[in-house]
Write a protein that binds this ligand. Structure first.
Ligand code: DGP
Length: 116
């Protein structure tokens, strides 16, 4: 999709601070980081959001998790832990309509998540 900012990042048309990539996924640092590590892992294929995932996306979605683990290893988060987040829809604050997994770490995360 040419009007999708994350498709344009995958295509190399818009610059991004890449962390790691795979055949199915691309991981890059969030423009507006909410933690010392804030990386977005996206499928190369355009999928709108987590609520649109179907069985046909199984490999792409599994690869997001595998790639998120690679991000955690690269940023040294494995021991202390990290948070993985999919936002879906307006109430969750989903702003970019291309599936993305937030990888957040490097600080203590609030729990419950609505506490910050
Ligand atoms: P969400 O609220 O779940 O839709 O998160 C979208 C995130 O994407 C938000 O944290 C900011 C980030 N973002 C939006 N546009 C860009 C961009 O062009 N480059 C990068 N690196 N991040 C972006």
């Amino acid at each position: 999709m040419t009007d999708c900012i994350f498709c344009r990042i995958v295509a190399g048309e818009v610059p991004a601070d890449e962390v790691v990539s795979s055949e199915l996924s691309f991981a890059f640092r969030d423009l507006s980081p909410q933690a010392p590590t804030h990386v977005l892992v996206i499928p190369r294929q355009h999928i709108t959001h987590a609520g649109d995932v179907g069985p046909e996306h199984a490999a792409a979605v599994a690869d997001l998790l595998v790639t998120a683990t690679r991000v955690a290893e690269i940023d040294g988060l494995t021991e202390r832990g990290y948070r993985l987040v999919f936002n879906v829809g307006e109430d969750a604050g989903n702003s970019v309509p291309h599936l993305h997994l937030h990888v957040l770490g490097g600080r203590q995360m609030g729990w419950p998540p609505w506490s910050g």
